[in-house]
Design a protein around this ligand. Structure first.
Ligand code: CUA
Length: 328
């Protein structure tokens, strides 16, 4: 399925769909669960509608049946057999479900990378874990993985229940406050895949999306190395002014920019904001106009979002956006 879909103004290669699997786990779900269950449901539907039409054409009343003991017995048998068939079909679905679930969860070898994903209302905190603290990296709403290697995603929640679901890559799994879940998957086809929170988690549940970028191992390593670095120092006077605006406004209370005094943890880490494809958890493409509009009035784009409006002068806003655009 090589069609493209237009989702929240962004072009994603391949549909945001379970039916376009891009790795072994999603292929298992498609071939082992979706296809047979679709076939079973289609046959069941055809049989039920056929039986309904047949019964309507026969035009029997309840009295016709009850007055005739032989007919009543036949109907009793028919109902019994239909009930047993229903139970058998559901049992087949249960067996399929359990066997595919086990196959998906089976360890696909040594994971190349461990990623901690923490759900927040309404964005995704993404941390690349490493036993050496200086090799950890934090980003938001965009997950990079190397192609053809298994990855482990550790799922946590900072507030309510969310659900992590990149349909082309693996089935969904909940992020539950006070619990740690994990999910393993592998992406075999390089590309950009959309993921979505799949558990209603409040007003902006629908605008809680993320992007999974699957890329060759060397490009992934380059990306991760860049994410581990602190932010680039502002190179010109406009960007320097922008950093001052950032540090002098309420931005600094919620956001981190590594290498500057900004260390807030309530909102997404902005150290490499300009390297990301979207803002506001997949709500808009990360381009200058969207970024400026989001800073000034986040509530217009995402009502209920935890980010307050920022009443900046046009000159301050221009400097701030210029600075943020240097955070590659
Ligand atoms: Cu988070 Cu729905």
């Amino acid at each position: 399925m090589a069609h493209t879909s237009l989702v929240v103004g962004l072009q994603f290669p391949g549909a945001h769909s379970t039916l376009a699997p891009a790795g072994p786990q999603s292929s298992l779900v498609m071939a082992g669960l979706w296809a047979p269950m679709y076939a079973i449901a289609a046959v069941t539907f055809a049989l039920v509608v056929g039986a309904l039409v047949w019964a309507l054409l026969r035009r029997r009343t309840a009295g016709d049946v009850l007055d005739d003991p032989a007919r009543a017995r036949r109907m009793g048998w028919t109902v019994g057999i239909a009930t047993a068939l229903t139970a058998a079909v559901l049992f087949v679905c249960l067996v399929l479900d359990i066997s595919v679930g086990r196959a998906v969860a089976a360890a696909p070898g040594n994971p190349a990378v461990r990623i901690r994903v923490t759900g927040h209302q309404w964005w995704w905190e993404v941390q690349y874990l490493d036993s050496l603290p200086q090799l950890q990296a934090t980003t938001a709403n965009e997950i990079h993985v190397p192609v053809g290697r298994p990855v482990v995603v550790e799922l946590r929640s900072a507030d309510v229940i969310h659900s992590f679901w990149p349909p082309n890559l693996v089935g969904k799994r909940d992020l539950i406050p006070g619990e740690v879940n994990s999910l393993r998957f592998q992406v075999d086809r390089a590309g950009v895949y959309r993921g979505q929170c799949a558990e209603y988690c409040g007003q902006q549940h629908a605008k809680m999306a993320f992007t999974v970028v699957a890329e060759p191992a060397d490009r992934f390593a380059e990306w991760l190395a860049a994410q581990r670095d602190g932010a680039a120092a502002p190179a010109d006077s406009l960007a320097r002014r922008g950093l001052e605006v950032f540090l002098g406004s309420s931005c600094v209370l919620c956001h981190t920019i590594a290498g500057t005094p900004a260390g807030g943890r309530a909102g997404p880490d902005l150290t490499h904001l300009a390297s990301r494809r979207t803002i506001a958890a997949g709500t808009r493409p990360n381009i200058r106009g969207n970024l400026a509009g989001w800073i000034v009035d986040p509530q217009a784009l995402k009502p209920g979002a935890r980010m307050p409006p920022n009443d900046l002068s046009p000159a301050d806003l221009r400097a701030l956006v210029a600075y943020l655009e240097t955070l590659r």
